[in-house]
Unconditional design. Structure first.
Length: 248
């Protein structure tokens, strides 16, 4: 059977309509275990990359719309130590919470289990970095031994030189970005609609605030209250003057 290869130039390329959504158990025992023991993978779909040489937003793939999976080699922080180096160009990955044990669903596990460690990315230098919404699940393969006294399982040591990383953003931050974009679109739509409404011009306000012949005629009428004949003459002339202003 020909091996399926979906990795091109370090990026996972799936056909339209396909999604890669494995469970923790599948990641550990179907992919990571096969990678460490050089067995054939179900599909070549997880690229190899040193995760800590890149900031999370610079890793290959669409970082804002999907989870990304990588095989990453274990790079120790110190030459004589076992602590991994998790420092990037702009920040560092910091572990949070407790590790989760991943056991196979079958009864026999061959003395092997998986460990999932959760890490959060911080921008800046440790320990004063700023927490971000980038999350990484780091999967490791470990050997276990069962004690005869209480049948409890203890981790002995880690197996292999590879870890499997799943990197994603919190859904809360993505939803906030989507809601912000939606609100901006609605606001722009309302502003555009308001811009198309007809504008009414208040001629009466302008007419009252602008001095005209009527104000002049009223002053003449108020000043000529001494005789009725003068009022009639002024009123008639005022009428003619008003008509002439309207015609003009």
């Amino acid at each position: 059977m020909e091996k399926l290869n979906f990795v091109k130039n370090g990026v996972c390329r799936l056909p339209p309509g396909f999604r890669f959504q494995p469970t923790d158990e599948e990641l550990v025992f179907q992919y990571l275990k096969c990678k460490i023991f050089s067995c054939q993978l179900p599909a070549s779909i997880i690229p190899e990359i040193n995760v800590c040489k890149y900031d999370p937003w610079d890793l290959p793939g669409n970082c804002y719309q999907q989870e990304r999976y990588f095989f990453s080699s274990k790079e120790t922080k110190y030459r004589n130590g076992n602590r991994m180096n998790r420092t990037t160009n702009s920040g560092y990955w910091k572990a949070t919470g407790s590790d989760k044990k991943i056991s196979p669903s079958t009864i026999t596990c061959d003395g092997i289990a998986g460990i999932r460690k959760t890490l959060v990315f911080y921008e800046g230098k440790s320990p004063n970095g700023s927490r971000t919404d980038w999350i990484m699940h780091e999967y490791r393969l470990v050997s276990i031994e069962t004690t005869a006294s209480n049948s409890s399982q203890n981790y002995v040591n880690e197996i292999g030189d590879w870890v499997l990383c799943r990197i994603f953003m919190k859904k809360r931050s993505i939803e906030i970005d989507d809601n912000t974009a939606t609100m901006l679109k609605k606001k722009n739509r309302v502003m555009n609609v308001q811009g198309t409404h007809p504008r009414f011009f208040d001629f009466m306000r302008v007419y009252k605030s602008t001095p005209g012949p009527i104000h002049f005629s009223n002053s003449i009428t108020s000043s000529s209250c001494s005789s009725s004949s003068d009022i009639l003459e002024i009123s008639s002339s005022d009428h003619e003057e008003t008509i002439g202003y309207a015609d003009y």
